[in-house]
Design a protein around this ligand. Structure first.
Ligand code: ZN
Length: 296
């Protein structure tokens, strides 16, 4: 799996007229821990076992198209035990295939309402379990449910987080401060300002723009700019990125690889093929989040 280009990310934030075009692929590896904590009204519609089975296919596809990815893993899955809650051997295999292992909390908790002491605990336990499993540092974090969304200084407000989690809630800056305190360096974040959401509502959808790494509470963050999956909305951002530079972040769940939605293999395979083609033409880099820096 090629890794050489990953060290050349300074271009992304240098004051150049056009930053390098870069794509990051994330897989949120929830396992049964995530299925048990589904916030969908009808509960989880998938079983944790499909996460492990489909991951084997993902490893084949990523090797075929030579695209390294970042797997955000629920830390408890790295402890000894059986599927559908645990498979440390598969997590080691993902890492050995050249992919980054990130933390996706310890038990896939909903972070806005967890409180500070439990927040610090899940961040620490997950990092520790994953590092012991793979024998390498884990520095990237992906919040379950892509929340907290609330980031008031950037005009992003979540009424449901404020209502459900109350005044002591974990908003995005508080999460980032806790991540720094527990030894993480990078976080995938998800927020969108109120004016942008109003505009999305008027046009009946959104096509986001490429992003650059940004600092939130001193932590390097990259904002998710695709809606999940590998269909037209994601390829539209990728095309903008190739034209103008900046980062495209795409993500999916292994358990959805054959779900028939935008995360399905029928969208993923052409997307990876396009990334491979653009990369061979020198128009796109494939990045891993651990190499990102703000203001290099
Ligand atoms: Zn998740």
């Amino acid at each position: 799996m090629p890794r050489g280009e990953l060290g050349d990310l300074a271009m992304l934030s240098n004051p150049q007229p056009r930053p390098a075009a870069c794509c990051i692929v994330f897989w949120d590896y929830d396992t049964q821990w995530g299925a048990d904590r589904s916030r969908s009204p009808e509960g989880a519609r998938w079983s944790g076992c499909t996460e492990f089975e489909n991951t084997e296919r993902l490893l084949e596809l990523h090797a075929q198209y030579e695209v390294p990815a970042c797997f955000a893993v629920v830390g408890a899955a790295a402890l000894p035990g059986e599927r559908p809650y645990h498979d440390p051997a598969q997590i080691r295999r993902i890492h050995a295939n050249g992919h980054e292992i990130a933390s996706h909390s310890f038990h896939h908790e909903w972070l806005p309402g967890i409180g500070r002491s439990r927040l610090l605990e899940t961040l620490r336990r997950s990092k520790d379990a994953l590092e012991q499993c793979i024998g390498a540092p884990v520095v990237t974090f992906v919040p379950p449910f892509n929340q907290p969304f609330d980031h008031a200084s950037r005009g992003s407000f979540s009424l449901s987080e404020r209502r459900e989690a109350g005044p002591g809630r974990t908003d995005l800056p508080r999460l980032c401060a806790a991540l720094r305190e527990t030894g993480y360096r990078v976080c995938r974040v998800s927020y969108r300002s109120l004016p942008e959401r109003v505009r999305d509502w008027f046009v009946g959808g959104s096509v986001d723009r490429p992003v650059l790494p940004e600092a939130i509470a001193g932590l390097t963050c990259v904002r998710l700019n695709t809606p999940g999956g590998f269909a037209e909305a994601s390829t539209a951002v990728l095309s903008r990125c190739v034209r103008a530079g900046g980062i495209t972040l795409v993500y999916g769940h292994p358990h959805s690889l054959h779900a028939g939605n935008a995360q399905d293999e029928r969208w993923l395979a052409p997307f990876l093929e396009q990334v491979q083609r653009l990369r061979r033409r020198g128009l796109l880099r494939v990045c891993l989040p651990h190499a990102l820096r703000v203001g290099d």
